[in-house]
Ligand binder design. Sequence first.
Ligand code: ADP
Ligand code: MG
Length: 706
Amino acid sequence: MTTKQIMETNDTSAEEALTALYGSDTFGIKTMEKYLSKSAFKKMLATVQRGGKLDMSIADEVAQAMKVWALSKGATHYTHWFQPLSDATAEKHDSFVEPDGKGGMICEFTGKNLIQAEPDASSFPSGGIRATFEARGYTAWDPTSPAFIKRTEHTATLCIPTAFCSYTGEALDKKTPLLRSMVAVSKHATRVLRCFGVEPSCVESNLGAEQEYFLIDRNLYLQRPDLIETGRTLFGCLPPKHQQMEDHYFGSIKERVLEFMNSVDHALWALGVPAKTRHNEVAPAQFEIAPLFEASNVAVDHNVMIMDILQRQALKFNLVCLLHEKPYACVNGSGKHNNWSLGTPELGSLFSPGKTPHSNLLFLTFLACVIQGVDKHADLLRASISKAGNDHRLGANEAPPAIISIFLGDQLTDIIEQIKAGGAKSSAAKTTMELGVDVLPTLPKDTTDRNRTSPFAFTGNKFEFRAVGSSQTCAWPMAVLNTIVAEALDEVATRLEPVVGKRNFNTVVSSMIKEMITKHDRIIFNGNGYSQEWIKEAERRGLPHLKTTPEALEVLSRPDTIKLMKKYNILSKAELLARKEVQAESYLKLIHIEAKTCLNMLQTIYLPAIAGQMTEICGTIAAIKAAGIKAGLKAAEDKANAVGKLYDELPAKVQALQAAIDKGCPVCMKEAMESARVTVDALEAIVDADLWPVPTYAQMLNIHSK
Ligand code: ADP
Ligand code: MG
């Protein structure tokens, strides 16, 4: 059923139609139950819901069922869909067609086709892991993320989420380390839970990723080579009215945008993506979509699908969706707030303070592990979100700085202070804490003192990692977060296991929590993360402040990082160094592309336009003179001089930019681009509007109805 048909359905069947739409294009649990034998379904369920190893003997049956289902959905092709080391997704389609030996064809899809493929794929970045002459790369089915149908108006393709690795088994993608980190954090969280007498069926790392984005009219977009080539504007003045009136955030959504959002939601629901929230964001033409949280790997796949659907649906409304972290200077950039938690089916989030002393002790143990993990590896967490685009955003308008800190809120911080003081009385929380004996005050899930300025905020029963960039996949930041917490949980389990069942268990836990918090509470900061004072204070506390991607990437090759990633089987040294190389290279390439685009626009767009303006004013001056009048001559000459003075600045700036490009130095290229921008933006303020060659910020940030 189409969206329109659903909307036109009479009241009683509308809900039915909507719920039937949900997941209709995915080979999810409901579909599997329908298409698989009872025993195969049970085995799939055990893997999908509890993360158990898949019994490969059912692969043929699953493949057959998937094929029948996909063909019924109109699919003609299938693809192993994966996430290489770029931020994109990859797919290579194969049709179901096999010759039947009699001049006809049959549709075939075997267990082998499902489980593994060898898509050559030699041109993906591998950071040197795989020389192109030994180009074998393998994709391997991830049964925990449901297969889905990718549609265009006339095509349907069965997409099978997969991991991508080299012939020698090294991970060449973003999904593999994430899956490995989920195993690690689950293993050690289970050990800790067991110490507390809890036997979970599984521990899952969960993610709800809020996605921010900008929309721009496609006709305007096509006139901005900088947006097309680099995803951000390299020039442009801020209009008089931008976001200062704070009237866009949560404002009434314009009709054209709402129609777009609605089509996005419906496309996502068909794909089983639980799209939940949509609203206007702070900057004009900026918006947000948030799905409900899911297991991290599924949420990561779904977020990538959200980015794809946003971009594809936008075109249908003659819009373009900008996912860049900073499309426009001086207004807010876009992030991807990663709401993360660990949970079990029985207990829910392990970051929910409980109702009994026992569960509170458990909560504080898990909380202490996050505090330790984030403090110990703040720089690695910073490195996990490094990308050229995010460098523009971090520390700029309403974005967290590149310093990682944790916001806990006053109440929880007060409790932490009491723990440090050894259970002293405190008036702020109005309770006395004696670990393991007293009950924590119930913490409101939506704390009133929500802090938007923190890169890593505790929000009631989860943490919100807000520094992730809008165009990045969440896979790597989530893999890092899972790993650093797994390490802390491992240490805790190792300390507690020997005292399980002993009378002093609670005392050991209490002193351990106290010790962990005392050692690591410098990472806690509840103040304004956007302020200059915080930067100084963070320095005083010795917290790392890695401002740019190249600085941050150095963390990846440090011995302690290599050791951590190896110990928890997330990445081998070669895999880790390969990632550093790919990221460093892509950073450099991006800056190069920006610099060349900037140069090209200066030479072929701005300089000719300014020459045109000069010709025009000089024509006016000549005409005034020829007419033999004085009035107006000074005004015309003043304007010619003002434009001419800035015009004169440009050749040297063009030369400097060219020299920086030739030198290949990213810092020089960035400086030269910024310097050219200052002159061009000053010109934009005085050149005739009808002679200005590209759409302005005022035009681009205003989405009209048509
Ligand atoms: P905000 O008010 O921060 O903008 P949103 O409602 O936009 O919040 O998004 C909150 C996200 O957090 C949603 O994706 C939601 O499903 C997710 N979330 C809620 N509880 C948890 C949890 N326990 N673990 C992980 N994510 C969660
Ligand atoms: Mg939100």
